[in-house]
Ligand binder design. Structure first.
Ligand code: HPA
Ligand code: ZN
Length: 339
């Protein structure tokens, strides 16, 4: 079976993206255009200079640039434009549903009220649903380098919008910021009916994954790569049928794996874990959904059934209703491997 045939199959399958930081889809071209529009002076003077700087040896190298880039986002229109641009790229890859992380705490530092970012994002989601039947959900991401009081303040600011937010997440610098730090605010989010996800086991040890289960009571695990270092933890994740939102190109760019041929995605599937493929911060890590599928198909010995399973896991692990999940899963079953 050739890689080209598998890539074609992956392209034709409907997919859900469950791990996408909206601010991480800010391409350098748009960053420069918004800097001009909003009269902001950036560290980068050109698109080429920005791209050339996207070389990372660890998560923090990336985060420093990511927060620099988000400076240009100032108005509702900026967030609308950013969301539409991402949705157009995702639609071209046959992504039918997206669960977006967004970082209101990062924007609050620049004085942006909560309503500015979320209004722009919601307008774009409404349009793409009406025009293309693409659906989207929002995950309010707490920044773990800030303290829990700051997360509580953000949850309070989000109060008027909670009927349009589906979940909370936990991102930013993982090492040194264990999940326990956010146990109370996650409990408060759950009381408000929100689903819970957390980044864990990207750079952090298996204990951070265990802590996310025990102290945060997560519904979904973002990354989770380092869980594989601990057989008991793998067994527990399997028992829980926990969805892992895996991000292959991100893992390569942030040196979580040295070579794509060492990526644990196939091992995860073989162990019975509910792994999915996602793009994380596609403007920084070298591509959107299909670029990630292409990278793992070329590097790992994935079968056509592995690929079908990855796309099924993405809808099954989403926060869509059971009826919506069933419809997407049935559509996946109808896609033939050979056309
Ligand atoms: N990891 C952790 N935090 C993040 C990321 C990431 O890849 N992207 C945006 N915030
Ligand atoms: Zn992420």
């Amino acid at each position: 079976m050739t890689a080209a045939a598998l890539i074609d199959f992956a392209r034709r399958l409907p997919k859900a993206e469950l791990h996408l930081h909206l601010e991480g889809s800010l391409e350098p071209e748009m960053m420069m255009a918004l800097a001009r529009r909003n009269k902001i002076s950036l560290a980068f003077k050109s698109v080429e200079e920005a791209r050339a700087a996207y070389r990372f040896t660890k998560l923090q190298d990336f985060l420093d640039l990511y927060y620099e880039g988000t400076q240009v986002l100032r108005t509702e229109e900026d967030f609308f434009d950013l969301t539409i641009a991402y949705l157009n790229r995702a639609r071209a890859d046959n992504v039918r549903h997206v669960e977006f992380f967004f970082d209101p705490q990062g924007h609050a530092e620049r004085g942006l009220p909560f309503g500015v970012s979320i209004s722009g994002i919601l307008t774009a989601l409404k349009m793409s649903r009406a025009q293309f039947g693409m659906t989207g959900k929002l995950i309010l991401c707490f920044l773990r380098h800030l303290d829990e009081d700051a997360a509580f303040a953000t949850l309070k600011e989000a109060e008027p919008w909670l009927d349009r937010i589906d979940a909370v997440g936990l991102a930013s610098s993982e090492l040194g910021h264990p999940p326990e730090k956010f146990a109370r605010v996650f409990a408060a989010a759950k009381e408000r009916g929100l689903k819970l996800c957390a980044h864990a086991g990207e750079e952090g040890p298996p204990d951070y994954v265990r802590g996310s289960l025990d102290h945060l009571k997560i519904d979904r695990l973002d990354h989770g790569n380092r869980s594989l270092e601990d057989a008991d933890l793998v067994a527990r994740l399997k028992d829980l049928q926990m969805t892992l939102t895996v991000c292959p190109l991100s893992n390569l760019k942030l040196c979580v794996v040295k070579d794509m041929r060492e990526h644990p995605l196939k091992r995860m599937l073989d162990l019975g874990l509910k792994a999915t493929v996602n793009s994380d911060d596609p403007a920084y890590f070298g591509g959107y959904m299909m670029a990630n599928f292409e990278a793992v198909i070329e590097a790992l010995d994935l079968s056509a059934e592995n690929i079908r399973t990855l796309t099924k896991n993405s809808f099954a692990g989403s926060f869509l209703s059971d009826g919506e999940k069933r419809a997407h899963l049935a559509a996946i079953d109808k896609v033939p491997f050979q056309t």
